[in-house]
Write a protein that binds this ligand. Structure first.
Ligand SMILES: *[C@@H]1O[C@H](CO)[C@@H](O)[C@H](O)[C@H]1NC(C)=O
Ligand SMILES: *[C@@H]1O[C@H](CO)[C@@H](O)[C@H](O)[C@H]1NC(C)=O
Ligand SMILES: *[C@@H]1O[C@H](CO)[C@@H](O)[C@H](O)[C@H]1NC(C)=O
Ligand SMILES: *[C@@H]1O[C@H](CO)[C@@H](O)[C@H](O)[C@H]1NC(C)=O
Ligand SMILES: *[C@@H]1O[C@H](CO)[C@@H](O)[C@H](O)[C@H]1NC(C)=O
Ligand SMILES: *[C@@H]1O[C@H](CO)[C@@H](O)[C@H](O)[C@H]1NC(C)=O
Ligand SMILES: *[C@@H]1O[C@H](CO)[C@@H](O)[C@H](O)[C@H]1NC(C)=O
Length: 499
């Protein structure tokens, strides 16, 4: 503990900070957008994640590492000797490193769609034996701790404790373009208090400055995704100066927020003080529901249309169809494709009742939104199938039904044509106003030949004293180059350079 405190306070601001020598660069790829990926961030689970962490961290065997996984950017690391390579999300919203294990259990679909770490093929591997279970929004991973060398760019981090995941119950994970997560949060939120990769880099003297920085290249057509730089800052990644603010809550990278403006109007939501978590592991910006309603109004959001239902149908129609044709009961389809944890065996009327109730009550059960949307759609398809309709006609009809299903995701679609008339929004951080224009906070997603426009804002309800809480995800970090200054416990933002 004393040692930890010591190295945290040792580094003072030094003029060499802007030097670009001795930097370790990890190129980041930006993944292809699809409908599912933009909505995997079920906001309901998210509040749980942040609140639990603030209430202290005793029982870490079950620590809520991450309840949503919708990051767009990921990079490559190697584990073991010789290195086995994995694509990971560099996630400032969690603190553990995990990748799929070769000891993955046979019924865990996600494992088999990704490379798996095999410890017996590494001469530097040692197992630790401790187990852990980590819940996610719509599933969980279960695994055990191992220790090995981790390669991050040219750095070799020795004796790194990480999690080999043997069960991953989550369709989000199955279809993710990354294999695992490398947490860059504080040790306080690390499962089993394992020393995070970044702490080991610092302790093993692998970086010259206790700083890492993110540059996420916004251009959606560019295949240059961005870069994370360990050990400092690349001056080519930003314009002007950084505005720094102190981290107020260790665990997450949490900072104070002065105000939030829509157009040029203060929303007043932060008059009693707001906090924001800077989270590279999520694509969205999450904020208090009251303000979200104002944003939705200002951008003309079609609030009540379910995105979840259409997404499930558009992404999984063939899969669902084949299972139903083969005679599987509709209530088992969604658990067998990983959308639901259990086979609910609800009857149609009950499903729809539950959907409507959870919407009107404002309290949807954690992570079950997609499950319900899936079960509802499976039942609809099944019913039509019995009537000997053709596949095309059935799905045409299901799509119409989806439009009448209430939105459970808290996520809203907007008219792409009205983007130019939408107002800018702004966060006041430190003494500076950080604006986002609609081109930055609205995400365009291709679906077939047409584009769907989705608001980058999702609701997050965290009551005082922890809240109101915002989460600034990749959408914000694309506009603003972000410096995580671990030595001085502060975060800096500057205008990102566009390349
Ligand atoms: C892993 O990545 C390193 C560095 O990019 C590369 O040299 C190596 O060939 C890769 N190994 C495998 C098995 O792909
Ligand atoms: C792991 O690697 C060893 C050595 O190559 C091999 O014998 C074993 O079958 C592998 N384990 C799995 C589960 O693939
Ligand atoms: C950045 O900060 C330096 C030193 O404080 C100052 O001289 C310079 O004018 C600033 N540049 C901009 C663009 O604000
Ligand atoms: C916001 O204020 C700036 C200058 O203070 C002005 O140029 C801009 O037009 C205003 N925008 C809106 C949407 O009112
Ligand atoms: C699913 O349903 C079957 C039969 O209804 C039951 O035997 C099985 O245990 C259920 N599985 C789960 C995970 O609930
Ligand atoms: C659907 O087709 C099957 C076999 O082609 C037939 O047995 C069944 O009676 C048909 N059902 C209806 C509702 O037309
Ligand atoms: C903001 O500006 C005021 C007055 O210019 C100054 O006293 C204060 O220290 C500044 N705060 C920050 C966080 O830079």
């Amino acid at each position: 503990m004393a040692a930890k405190l010591l190295f945290l306070v040792l580094c003072l601001w030094c003029p060499g900070m802007i030097s670009s020598s001795g930097l370790v660069r990890i190129p980041l790829k930006k993944r292809q957008q699809n409908l599912f990926s933009t909505s995997a961030a079920s906001n309901n689970g998210r509040a749980g994640k942040y609140v639990k962490a603030h209430q202290g961290h005793a029982a870490l065997d079950d620590f809520p590492l991450k309840t949503s996984l919708d990051a767009q950017y990921f990079g490559e690391i190697g584990i073991g000797s010789p290195p086995q390579n994995f694509s990971v999300v560099f996630d400032t919203g969690s603190s553990n490193l995990w990748v799929p294990s070769s000891n993955c259990v046979f019924f865990s679909i996600p494992c088999f769609l990704h490379p798996r770490f095999n410890g017996s093929q590494s001469s530097t591997h040692s197992s630790n034996g401790k187990h852990c279970k980590i819940p996610y929004g719509s599933g969980f991973i279960w695994g055990y701790f191992s220790e090995d060398v981790v390669r991050v760019g040219k750095l070799r981090v020795k004796n790194q404790v990480f999690i080999e995941a043997v069960t991953e119950w989550s369709l989000t994970l199955a279809l993710a373009q990354f294999d695992g997560i490398l947490g860059l949060g504080f040790r306080e939120t690390s499962a089993a208090n394992a020393l995070p990769v970044w702490y080991n880099m610092v302790q093993q003297g692998l970086v010259s400055q206790k700083i890492f920085s993110f540059w996420l290249n916004q251009g959606s057509d560019s295949d240059k995704g961005g870069e994370i730089v360990f050990g400092g800052i690349d001056p080519k990644h930003f314009k002007g100066n950084h505005t720094y603010v102190q981290v107020t809550q260790r665990g997450y990278w949490q900072i104070p927020l002065g105000d939030f403006l829509i157009g040029n109007q203060s929303t007043g939501i932060c008059s009693g003080g707001c906090a924001a978590v800077v989270d590279s592991g999520t694509s969205f910006i999450a904020g208090p529901t009251a303000v979200l309603a104002e944003i939705n109004k200002a951008i003309g959001a079609k609030g009540l249309v379910s995105m979840g239902c259409k997404q499930v149908v558009s992404e999984y129609r063939d899969w669902m169809w084949d299972l139903l044709i083969s005679g599987l009961e509709p209530e088992k389809v969604c658990s067998s494709i990983g959308m639901c944890l259990h086979n609910h065996s609800l009857h149609g009327s009950e499903i729809i009742k539950e959907v409507v109730e959870s919407e009107s009550g404002g309290e949807s059960k954690d992570g079950e939104d997609f499950c319900l949307a899936c079960e509802t759609a499976a039942l609809w398809i099944h019913t039509r199938l019995l009537q000997n309709n053709t596949k095309e006609r059935i799905f045409e009809y299901i799509n119409k039904l989806c439009e009448s299903l209430p939105n459970l995701m808290g996520q809203v679609a907007v008219d792409c044509d009205s983007i130019p008339t939408m107002p800018p929004v702004a966060f006041i951080i430190g003494n500076r106003s950080f604006e986002l224009n609609p081109e930055q906070y609205i995400t365009k997603v291709r679906q077939g030949g047409s584009a769907i426009c989705v608001s980058g804002f999702v609701p997050l309800e965290v009551p005082p004293p922890q809240g109101p809480l915002w989460v600034l995800g990749e959408i914000f970090m694309e506009a603003y180059h972000t410096v995580f200054d671990f030595g001085n416990l502060r975060i800096g933002f500057a205008d990102a350079a566009q390349h």
